[in-house]
Ligand binder design. Structure first.
Ligand code: ADP
Ligand code: MG
Length: 615
């Protein structure tokens, strides 16, 4: 039998390889835009003609290339971005494979004009079929201009496979938007068939989102900002009513690279769960920053799928960041205590404004985000009008257009502008009523809140436990230490949480052979019920189920809060309700219980009126 294996000619090998990187005009657009970004450009101009089939051109003002680099850049695996295999785990550039230009040169006619800052003259190169046809010095500005003409002219099968101009242009727009969103500080221009479609100045992310996704989102964007040692997340989500029936406006960027990850999308939708319909998709533009070595983007050159080393952690960070942002947003119009005596009656106002409370308040996100309505009671009474105004601005940023609350704003504004702001004048008196099954009605100026007392107390306790970590809790010593024995499995469990329990005021020691000894408990555990209290904790800890694996402490806090919160059958005196209410207001997250249940609902007078009219 004759030998039948032959090496493929270079240009065919290149064309085949190119198929992986450049599937359609939009893929070429993406590669060129990313190269411009990697080159440090602050201005990038994308020009296309005939949906990119005739021309795709990207001009940038980046660092440009020397004549040698210009020539080398078209070689396969020619890259300036990695030098060793270790570099692969520290990638901060968009590209690193050195394949894009080689691939493009295999399937189109390419013109490159580039010049570095140091060079007098630039370099012009013309390539066809992977062969350099012209290379010569030329006049050029610092930066790079790369034109791709007649994409797939030599691969008719691919060219015929392209979709309609409308469809291909849409793909290009999509790529452009992703890149432009990821780099709001860079100015971008996009010219399609001689018409400027976009011309956006470098600036803030919010502005960029509005320019690209529509100014109508202006009042609907809610900032997200959360960071842990491990991962940080920032960006914007839109309020629920901006949700759409299609997935269109969902953007995740990991280290500024656009990615698709169904799991993360799910983390966001779950946070919106009851706020949007089942068939709706929330709008978001979220950036996850994480050490490059913790993600694997090395799956495929053009794939946007991504693998995280610890995706459950990322999931829960994303989920809670969005929940947090949403609750901040939605509470702004819901706890509408304007500058009135509601606030006056609160203990926090009648008591001196101590330094430590001031500190706490500043750290509290109610303070940081809601503006004067939500936090008027945190301020000294004689705050001057300017101060109110400042706060008002913050508040205003969170207001929804078309929201009923907004219509009440002008009044508040004029109040604010009145330097003789007189809190006393208002005769509104807040009242509390307890309903059956553990609900409290608290009247507000424009309606009332219906509060679940058990959940409210859970939240209060939970945040208290969280704080305990920083301020040692007082332990009540047992006069006679109490010993108790546990089943082996339970003993193992208890042993594993002893340190955490200590922080919460339970001083428990191992006494050998599945036996423990209680030396002390938190001050509010009743004498004689120490053991019972312990057992309840273990029982609950065992059964605490959660879709995401929580850390030990978090789990314990939630569980303890659940265990120890007042029951829904407990009858409360007015003062107790008031106290509960005040403490809830001071919580960082007054909206949701530690397990994410809604603590209260708000009914406005308008709601009542509607109810009555409907009846
Ligand atoms: P990669 O981006 O993966 O390195 P490319 O094929 O996209 O591979 O580009 C090859 C090299 O050409 C890059 O590493 C870079 O050094 C250079 N290059 C490409 N585009 C530009 C540009 N717009 N400005 C400056 N250098 C560029
Ligand atoms: Mg590249």
């Amino acid at each position: 039998m004759p030998d039948i294996i032959e090496l493929l000619p270079d240009h065919i090998a290149n064309q085949i390889a190119a198929g992986e990187v450049i599937q359609r005009p939009a893929s070429a657009v993406k590669e060129l835009l990313e190269n411009a970004i990697d080159a440090g450009a602050t201005y990038i101009h994308l020009i296309i003609k005939d949906a990119g089939k005739e021309l795709i051109q990207v001009n940038d003002n980046g660092k440009g290339m020397s004549p040698t680099d210009a020539r080398l850049s078209f070689e396969r695996h020619a890259t300036s971005k990695i030098r060793s295999i270790e570099d692969l785990f520290q990638i901060y550039t968009m590209g690193f494979r050195g394949e894009a230009l080689a691939s493009i040169a295999a399937v189109a006619q390419v013109e490159l004009k580039t010049k570095t800052e140091e060079d007098e003259l630039g370099t012009y190169i013309f390539i066809e079929n992977s062969t350099v046809k012209i290379q010569e010095p030329c006049q050029a500005a610092t930066g790079t201009s790369l034109s791709i003409k007649n994409l797939f002219y030599n691969v008719p099968a691919r060219r015929n496979f392209l979709k309609s101009n409308t469809a291909e242009t849409r793909h290009i727009l999509e790529e452009f938007s992703r890149v432009a969103l990821a780099f709001p500080e860079i100015s971008f221009k996009f010219t399609n068939n001689n018409t400027d479609v976009f011309n956006v100045e470098g600036g803030k992310l919010k502005q960029r989102i509005l320019s690209l996704l529509g100014n109508h989102l202006q009042p609907k964007l809610v900032p997200v900002n959360e960071s842990t040692d491990f991962v940080s997340i920032h960006g914007f989500i839109a309020s629920p009513e901006a949700a759409t029936k299609t997935r269109g406006n969902q953007f995740f960027f990991v280290n500024n690279r656009f990615i698709k990850n169904a799991y993360l999308n799910y983390a966001v939708s779950q946070a919106y769960k009851e706020l949007i319909g089942k068939d709706e998709f929330p709008l978001f533009v979220l950036f996850i920053q994480i050490e490059p070595k913790r993600v694997d983007i090395n799956v495929h050159p053009t794939k946007q799928e991504i693998k995280f080393e610890e995706d459950r952690i990322i999931y829960s960070v994303v989920n809670s960041a969005v929940k947090h942002a949403l609750s901040k947003y939605s509470i702004a119009p819901s706890l509408d205590f304007s500058l009135d005596s509601t606030i006056e009656s609160l203990q926090a106002v009648t008591q001196p404004f101590a330094k430590n409370i001031q500190e706490k308040t500043k750290a509290n996100y109610l303070f940081q985000s809601f503006g004067e309505k939500g936090k008027a009671h945190f301020l000294e009474k004689k705050g001057d009008a300017q101060q109110w105004k400042e706060l008002y601005k913050v508040q205003h940023a969170f207001q929804l257009q078309g929201d009923q609350e907004t219509q009440a704003e002008p009044v508040a504004t004029s109040q604010l502008e009145n330097a003789n702001l007189n809190l006393q004048k208002d005769t509104f008196k807040q009242e509390f009523v307890q309903l059956h099954q553990g609900y409290i009605i608290a009247t507000t100026k424009t309606g009332c809140l219906l509060i679940n007392q058990h959940l409210a107390h859970q939240r209060i306790l939970y945040e208290r436990y969280e704080q305990v970590i920083s301020n040692q809790i007082t332990i009540q010593r047992c006069l006679i230490p109490i010993t108790f024995e546990l089943a082996p499995a339970d003993a193992v469990l208890l042993e594993s949480i002893l340190d955490e329990l200590k922080l919460l005021g339970y001083d428990v020691e191992v006494f050998g052979n599945h036996t423990f000894i209680i030396q002390g408990t938190p001050a509010d555990v009743k004498l004689g019920s120490e053991k019972e209290s312990m057992e309840k904790i273990i029982e609950a800890y065992k059964h605490e189920q959660s879709e995401v694996k929580l850390d030990k402490r978090e789990k314990l806090f939630r569980m303890m809060a659940m265990q120890r919160a007042i029951s829904s059958t407990k009858k409360l005196a007015t003062e107790e309700m008031e106290e509960l209410f005040q403490q809830l207001l001071l919580c960082e997250q007054p909206q949701l219980s530690p397990n994410g249940k809604k603590i209260f609902a708000k009914l406005s007078v308008n709601n009542f009126m509607q109810l009555i009219q409907h009846a």
